[in-house]
Design a protein around this ligand. Structure first.
Ligand SMILES: Nc1ncnc2c1ncn2[C@@H]1O[C@H](COP(=O)(O)OP(=O)(O)OP(=O)(O)O)[C@@H](O)[C@H]1O
Ligand SMILES: [Mg+2]
Length: 120
């Protein structure tokens, strides 16, 4: 299964999500990474048992310089804005399932290069 795209950019997007999971999840928590595929799509998910994201913050976390109430570590706050633009440039989507005090799952969904679609 192939994705047409910028390898370095996709690595950057994935590493941003993994870094967030590691940064926000307490030392006794868990971070799980996995991938799956269908004929048309590739799914990569990063799941953590961290603090979760409040429903109030959720619609805003892809905005540049947005920092949620659980933000504890200094950063540029550009991480998820960058993730979103890289994935969108590959005609993909980022989905988040998150519940406060229970954890988060970030999914990168990318189209495969099966039918000459407009991947970069
Ligand atoms: N796995 C996660 N668990 C809980 N909250 C998260 C998680 N990932 C992101 N967030 C929330 O989304 C906000 C935006 O994330 P983003 O990666 O853009 O910024 P950051 O990690 O604070 O800074 P930077 O990535 O630039 O170092 C975070 O400040 C945090 O509130
Ligand atoms: Mg980040």
């Amino acid at each position: 299964m192939r994705i047409k795209g910028g390898r370095k950019l996709l690595e950057l997007a994935l590493s941003n999500i993994i870094e967030n999971a590691l940064k926000f999840t307490p030392a006794d928590g868990e971070v799980e990474i996995g991938a799956d595929k269908t004929n048309e799509k590739i799914y990569i998910w990063v799941r953590d048992t961290g603090p979760g994201i409040s429903p109030k913050d959720l619609p805003h976390i892809f905005e540049r310089f947005y920092r949620g109430r659980n933000s504890i570590v200094e950063g540029s706050d550009l991480g998820l804005a960058l993730v979103k633009s890289i994935v969108s440039a590959h005609n993909g989507e980022v989905e988040i399932i998150s519940e406060l005090d229970s954890g988060s799952e970030f999914r990168i969904i990318l189209p495969t290069d099966t039918n000459n679609n407009e991947c970069l």
